[in-house]
Ligand binder design. Structure first.
Ligand code: ZN
Length: 121
């Protein structure tokens, strides 16, 4: 039921008043490295990561969609961690199940050894 629904979600970007441009510091002769405008503290410039499957409204991770699943498998054929996939818990679980299913059907490799098949050791 994933038909191509024409989503006309062309949000007109509102003209936000530009207020956060770095202005030059008065009286600063030489640049000091300490004085960049990076916020102090660890919660300052943290990028908010959103689960891409939640963003795409994917309710079911298809185990047959190999090209999609490959993005969540490392080059050593391992399932990427949540830190790297930035998936939420629900989708990471669905993802790992789908990858394991795809492995069982030989759509994805289990190990890196399965990738280099005819290399000959
Ligand atoms: Zn999600």
């Amino acid at each position: 039921m994933t038909d191509s629904k024409t989503t006309t979600a062309s949000t007109p970007s509102p003209a936000r008043p530009g207020g956060d441009r770095p202005r030059p510091r008065p009286g600063g002769g030489g640049r000091s490295r300490d004085d960049d405008d990076r916020p102090r503290g660890r919660t300052g410039g943290r990028r908010r990561r959103v689960c891409i499957m939640c963003a795409d409204h994917i309710r079911y991770v298809d185990y047959k969609n190999v090209s999609f699943l490959r993005r969540f498998v490392s080059d050593r054929a391992r399932i990427e961690t949540r830190r790297r996939t930035s998936a939420c818990a629900k989708h990471q679980r669905a993802l790992s199940n789908a990858i394991k299913r795809a492995r069982h059907l030989a759509l994805l490799p289990y190990t890196a050894d399965h990738i280099r098949i005819s290399q000959g050791r």
